[in-house]
Ligand binder design. Sequence first.
Ligand code: ADP
Ligand code: MG
Length: 143
Amino acid sequence: MVFETFSPDETYELARRIGEKAAAGQVYLLNGDLGVGKTLFSQGFAAGLGVSEYVNSPTFTIMQIYDDGRLPMYHFDVYRIGDVSEMDEIGYEEYFYGEGVCLIEWAELVEEILPDDAVSILIEKDIARGVDYRKISIEGLEL
Ligand code: ADP
Ligand code: MG
């Protein structure tokens, strides 16, 4: 599935609709360059889950839990991870295979531990189509 958005609001709204339908145990992989909209997508997704807390990039903690929505949301940002063993240290399996929903910014950096049935989301710019244009490719999800 490929979506195109032309503003931050459109990406937020797409993510919100996906968050509304999210189910326990799902893992969403968010890939794409810095500043492409992974955190913005996470914010919309959180809104769809009914999370009212402000969601920002958990870069310095690797993972942040938001538990005031319909399901617990485990928001990872593994950009600064040095080694995959840091994921073991925080006990990632409990979150990946738990009762909540995981969103993992920069998931490609921890490829070896990702579940096979995860939903893959790639966000890309195309400057020729304007600075606010984003192509959002989603695999492994029925909408
Ligand atoms: P990342 O987490 O991928 O580093 P952020 O979500 O923090 O990126 O930032 C994305 C930036 O791009 C925001 O400043 C947002 O306003 C801007 N932006 C512009 N157009 C779009 C769009 N169509 N979708 C998502 N973000 C957009
Ligand atoms: Mg981010």
